[in-house]
Design a protein. Structure first.
Length: 487
């Protein structure tokens, strides 16, 4: 049973300001000395990272497609252990799902699973009395949804605010705050770093990111009735969910023998993958050490396996290319047969080149950034046994990339799914693909990887050779682009 106070922050659609409000709420609450936990509905690494920065603990994702609906409550309870309040940022609009399956994936459904009230953020820049009709419609659409109050964004004037408050008062919906135009998205110092930087500013704890989160906290503190939001969160009923446990998920694991060192891409407090990956690896018997591909010049001592999560952004090609020493060590590790799991840009980093810039050269592939965005979930089947999965294993993953790798698949492909060509590469201990997995949805991956790391001798340094077994050319096309959606 979980009694953590909690609210879900949602909006009519993307672009209304729910991310900035969520960050501001967490920062404002934390400034009062409250222990906070931040969550993001859906697979988005970036928002989750910033929510973690604002809350002071790892931000986590709640994604029913990736982990299974039955794990959403337990994962929430696990991530909120020891917190005084949890803020859950929704995805898209309140009733939207990335695949259209709103009965499973929407913010409304997750709010129902969590038995959490909803704070509704509305951009009212071009709205007057109609705000009442809009909010009433969202409140009445699903009687299970508990719409506890509204935060108005981009209010034009005192008169405009008064009109909006009177309209919402007529339908009995409380207004928790009103933010003026430009309050959440200023230009220059104090602005949140562009999404093209991905989670990097959080991983590096950059002054720009810290300052932006602090400013949002000040804005929300000055314009939102934080006490009323806190009272709403405290009114959430007990949640009948026991905290998720990585040890319980893995069951009886044989910890005999040494604890292999597994390097996981990220920093000491934030990573480029989901937080549960490292927790599962530790429960499976590994010693987890962070590795920053953009700053660290060598692998951690004794590294027996490497995990590159899918959050590393595509805009850091220059930095990856410049880190030649680390690239050589990663190539040595892979060619020695040690497990290397690479998702998203991790696949690109293992390639021969990206837009002409040298990468690790583990895979005989060339990558280039395109104007086409590939985005969406895939129900994938493993085509080749690897340290990640056995051939025939079926897992749900997520793709979000503009980079194209040619050939698309190697002699031994990683994945296949309905309607698409085989994708990715399995070579020796390498498993590389654009598909991102949330290991809480397939915890056996951690056991398999740690076992592979133990079985393979830790390599001694060997000279890096440019000769790489060539991949079988594949059709030079990628999946059709899907419309980009803010998650």
């Amino acid at each position: 049973m979980t009694t953590i106070p909690r609210v879900v922050v949602s909006a009519p659609s993307s672009g209304h300001g729910k991310t900035a409000v969520s960050l501001g709420l967490l920062a404002a609450l934390a400034s009062r000395g409250l222990r906070c936990a931040g969550f993001k509905i859906g697979p988005d690494h970036i928002d989750a990272a910033y929510l973690g920065l604002a809350s002071g603990r790892p931000g986590r994702n709640l994604d029913p497609r990736l982990v299974g609906g039955h794990r959403v409550g337990p994962l929430f309870a696990h991530g909120a252990i020891g917190a005084d309040i949890a803020v859950v940022e929704g995805t898209m609009g309140l009733y939207d799902g990335l695949t259209g399956r709103t009965d499973v994936e929407s913010t409304a459904q997750v709010a129902g699973v969590l038995r959490a009230p909803v704070v509704f953020v509305v951009d009212v820049a071009a709205m007057g009395q109609s705000v009442a009709a809009l909010v009433h419609g969202f409140r009445a659409y699903d009687e299970v949804v508990w719409l506890g109050g509204v935060i108005l964004n981009r209010v034009g004037s005192d008169r405009h605010e008064q009109l909006l408050r009177e309209a919402l008062d007529d339908i009995g919906v409380p207004v928790f705050g009103a933010l003026r135009r430009g309050a959440l998205v200023p230009a220059g110092p104090g602005a949140v770093p562009a999404r093209t930087h991905g989670p990097v500013p959080v991983v590096h704890h950059s002054l720009e990111a810290v300052r932006a989160v602090r400013r949002l906290g000040e804005v929300v503190h000055d314009t939102v009735d934080v006490d009323r939001v806190l009272s709403l969160a405290q009114s959430a009923p007990p949640l009948a969910a026991e905290p998720w446990s990585p040890a319980a998920e893995l069951g009886m694991v044989d910890h005999a023998g040494p604890r292999p060192v597994v390097a996981v891409a990220g920093g000491p407090s934030s990573g480029y993958g989901y937080a549960e990956t490292s927790e599962l690896l530790r429960a499976a018997g590994a010693e987890v050490v962070p590795l920053d591909p953009l700053r660290d010049e060598s692998l951690p001592a004794g590294t027996a396996a490497l995990v590159l999560g899918g959050g590393l952004p595509e805009s850091y090609a220059e930095e990856l290319a410049a880190n030649e020493r680390l690239s050589r060590q990663v190539a040595d590790l892979a060619r020695a047969g040690q497990p290397v799991i690479a998702e998203g840009v991790g696949l690109v980093w293992l390639s021969r080149e990206l837009d002409g810039r040298p990468m690790c050269g583990v895979l005989d592939t060339a990558a280039r950034v395109t104007d086409l965005l590939v985005i969406g979930y895939r129900e994938a089947t493993a085509q080749t046994s690897s340290p990640l999965a056995a051939a025939g294993a079926r897992l749900v993953g997520y793709k979000h990339h503009r980079t194209q790798v040619l050939p698309r698949a190697g002699v031994s492909p990683a994945w296949a799914w309905p309607g698409g060509q085989p994708e990715g590469f399995v070579w020796r201990g390498v498993h590389a693909s654009f598909l991102n997995l949330h290991w809480a949805g397939a915890p056996e991956i951690a056991v398999r990887l740690v076992a592979a790391a133990r079985q393979t001798a830790i390599p001694a340094p060997v000279p890096v050779s440019p000769a790489v077994p060539p991949a079988i050319p594949a059709p030079a096309h990628d999946e059709p682009a899907t419309e980009a959606l803010e998650l």
